[in-house]
Design a protein around this ligand. Structure first.
Ligand SMILES: [Zn+2]
Ligand SMILES: [Zn+2]
Length: 155
């Protein structure tokens, strides 16, 4: 399989992935993902770092912050997001509880052949008009929350 390349809007920050199709591709409608992407839903994948090369300069922001966020976040384990200091696109992130994996924003691949998501998170914060996420194939993938917990599987 030829390598897949993800990049920011201006192109200076990129991720090159030379592994097989990802085992986990998710969408998430938690408030933090909404704020990070500026959209109603994020879409991301987890890639094994041995198949990943990053290029370019990035600025970082780590969540959760020292002060808890007031909105609902899927970052129960913590993550450091790498975004382009020139154009602001978030391209990839390190997951504190999974150092062998890099999270990558699927939209930055701009690849219509990229496989579809198989798991969905924080549907209770979602938009009812979006789509029927409960039909995604990963068993037990979708979940709701009790409104106070930041737990549940990370998207
Ligand atoms: Zn950029
Ligand atoms: Zn999220």
């Amino acid at each position: 399989m030829p390598p897949r390349t993800a990049s920011c809007n201006c192109g200076q920050l990129s991720v090159i992935y030379d592994g097989p199709d990802p085992e986990r591709i998710s969408v998430c409608q938690c408030n933090e993902c909404q704020k990070r992407t500026g959209s109603f839903m994020s879409m991301q994948t987890r890639l094994p770092i041995e198949h990943v090369t990053t290029e370019g300069r990035s600025s970082t922001c780590t969540f959760p912050r020292e002060e808890p966020v007031a909105y609902r976040s899927c970052d129960s384990g913590g993550a450091t997001y790498h975004f382009c200091p020139e154009c602001g696109s978030t391209v990839y992130w390190e997951i504190s509880v999974a150092p062998d994996i890099l999270g990558v924003a699927v939209g930055t691949f701009t690849d219509p052949t990229f496989p579809p998501p198989m798991i969905s998170g924080f549907e209770a914060d979602g938009r009812p008009w979006a789509m029927n996420l409960s039909d995604l194939p990963m068993p037990g993938g979708h979940y709701d929350h009790d409104g106070t917990s930041h737990g549940g599987p990370r998207a």
